[in-house]
Design a protein around this ligand. Structure first.
Ligand SMILES: NC(=O)c1ccc[n+]([C@@H]2O[C@H](COP(=O)([O-])OP(=O)(O)OC[C@H]3O[C@@H](n4cnc5c(N)ncnc54)[C@H](O)[C@@H]3O)[C@@H](O)[C@H]2O)c1
Length: 385
């Protein structure tokens, strides 16, 4: 990652830039320390720098496996304290999180619940509250409301995050990743999307817009009906797999595609996962299945399984999130992250200013913050938007 990409991202985050200009004057975080445990990559760099412009002393560390050294260097060069660097070592990561908490931040920006759980293990005076970015963090923290007893706003539960990132941005970036990794066209290709939630809707729509022939497989009859009314075919699972050129899972569920499906796959099928965890496609099970003779890396981000009967099955990015794990991943669009991080900045500001009471513990973003961020985005789009 070069410095220029970080500059490109910063200059493209229009909402964050405007909030930063405002924070230069209003200083909502003056005298406060904000502890963060979120991926350190160009888009989070833009967010952390805006918090710093608001007067915060930011003490940050990354998440497991995702920290980018250039982002760390850039932050340090701009006066942000970063604990540690890239690591895949869970114990080391745990020590980094502890070090962030040892600084006793008054606000926490959490991603997965680790910081708030760490605070509950060793509570300190002065924590005002904070934010949690993800659904998985919300699920860990919600049962602990009685012990947290502070404002804690969950960004993922904002409708803006649901449609801007999960639907539009994931759909676009999964299509972009398929094109970038395979360099194959989508025209007329039979694509099967497993899951028609927020993300699946975007993936299905983007591939259809790229002239693919898209079918949806859903376990929920209501979501299946919605897919049908949206104009997608909704064949039975086995029928869909037999006809598929490309299979994309985006469900959040385990073992959506397994070795038991090998019998159905056509020669040359491409399998990709866009769900959070790499267990939607049981890649190891497929590799070890009876009839699989060999596995080879056929191109960067593509593994090919050769079957004894002559068929080839291609798996993208080892079954990890195809839009984040492949060669030169860019992730979701800057605009979608700008929206999500504008929600972060406004939520932290509201907690810092005492505008949110302790009863708002592990709850969605307040409606007035959603409205103000939405208005700012539409305004920035210009009068003809
Ligand atoms: N790649 C990314 O950048 C990115 C971004 C956001 C979320 N995600 C992940 O994508 C996944 C889906 O997120 P979402 O917001 O769409 O979730 P969602 O809960 O809105 O939708 C999931 C859908 O999958 C369906 N489903 C579950 N098991 C299934 C199965 N075995 N076969 C077919 N359908 C099945 C459910 O009925 C549901 O309709 C999650 O793992 C989420 O964390 C990825």
């Amino acid at each position: 990652m070069t410095g220029s990409r970080i500059e490109w991202v910063r200059s493209s985050c229009r909402l964050l830039a405007a909030i930063g200009d405002e924070f230069d004057r209003s200083k909502p975080f003056d005298g406060l320390r904000i502890g963060t445990g979120i991926h350190l990559e160009p888009k989070t760099v833009a967010l952390l720098l805006v918090l710093s412009r608001g007067g915060a002393e930011v003490v940050s560390t990354g998440n497991l496996n995702t920290t980018q050294q250039d982002a760390v260097d850039y932050l340090r060069g701009h006066g942000i304290a970063v604990v540690g660097g890239p690591t895949s070592d869970e114990e080391q990561h745990g020590r980094h999180l502890r070090e962030v908490l040892d600084a006793e931040p008054q606000l926490l920006l959490d991603n997965g619940g680790d910081l708030f759980l760490g605070w509950l293990e060793q509570p300190y005076e002065g924590l005002l509250g904070g934010t949690e970015e993800t659904t998985s963090g919300r699920m860990r923290l919600a049962p602990l409301r009685d012990r947290i007893r502070r404002p804690l706003l969950v960004i993922n539960d904002s409708p803006i995050k649901q449609f801007a990132e999960n639907r539009h941005a994931v759909g676009q970036s999964v299509l972009e990743s398929f094109l970038r990794i395979t360099n194959r066209s989508t025209n007329g290709r039979r694509v099967v999307v497993f899951g028609y939630g927020a993300c699946g809707k975007g993936v299905a729509a983007n591939f259809r817009n790229a002239y693919a022939d898209v079918a949806v497989v859903e376990v929920d009859p209501v979501a299946r009906l919605e897919a049908l009314l949206d104009g997608f075919r909704v064949p039975d699972r086995d029928h869909a797999l037999r006809a598929a050129d490309v299979v994309i899972t985006v469900t959040g569920a385990r073992d959506v595609v397994t070795a038991a499906d090998l019998a159905f796959f056509a020669h040359g099928v491409v399998l990709a996962n866009a769900g959070h965890f790499p267990f939607e496609i049981d890649v190891r099970g497929l590799e070890r299945a009876h009839g699989v003779e060999s596995r080879e890396e056929s191109a960067d981000g593509i593994a090919t399984l050769r079957l004894a009967d002559g068929r080839h099955i291609h798996v993208l990015t080892g079954g990890h999130m195809v839009n984040l794990a492949g060669p030169h991943p860019l992730g979701n669009s800057i605009e979608s992250m700008d929206l999500g991080f504008a929600l972060q900045a406004r939520c932290l500001e509201a907690v810092a200013r005492g505008r949110i009471g302790p009863e708002a513990c592990v709850v969605p973003v307040p409606a007035d913050i959603d409205a103000s961020v939405a208005e700012a985005y539409v305004r920035a789009a210009g009068p003809g938007a």
